[in-house]
Ligand binder design. Structure first.
Ligand code: 5GP
Ligand code: ZN
Length: 120
């Protein structure tokens, strides 16, 4: 059970962080929470989310940029733990054109196989 800053009662990931919806926890600290994606797009597919309800990259500012830096440190730590030494992709979808389905900032860690599609 974790405290969520700016808890949004309509937000799926706020509920997951709060433990109201079960998830397969990978990592947790004071600022962020990581869990396995329910519909994996790669052999390893983990979501890393801030505990604070921030809707997307569009809400990142000088006020919360340190938190985002911390999340990337955690991403690298998780990737090492998961044995993704051959590489991985970190993706964040922002808004409808990018296909964001859950409006709580999250970073996908995808790895464990050679990626077929190359967006960039
Ligand atoms: P988005 O499409 O917003 O970038 O990513 C949302 C992700 O959340 C999707 O990959 C989807 O599979 C995952 N997801 C949606 N609902 C749940 C859930 O209840 N539990 C978990 N673990 N993942 C979820
Ligand atoms: Zn939320």
């Amino acid at each position: 059970m974790s405290e969520v800053l700016n808890y949004d009662e309509n937000c799926l990931f706020c509920k997951i962080i709060a433990g109201e919806i079960p998830s397969e926890k990978i990592y947790e600290d004071r600022l962020c929470y990581a869990f396995r994606d329910i519909n994996p797009q790669a052999p390893t597919h983990i979501l890393v989310v801030p505990k604070a309800h921030i809707k997307s990259v569009a809400e990142i500012s000088s006020k919360n940029e340190a938190l985002v830096g911390h999340i990337f440190t955690v991403v690298a730590k998780i990737a090492r733990r998961e044995g993704l030494e051959n590489g991985y992709r970190v993706v964040t979808n922002c808004g409808p054109d990018a296909g964001q389905t859950v409006p709580h900032l999250h970073f996908h860690i995808l790895g464990g196989a050679k990626m077929a599609e190359k967006m960039v």
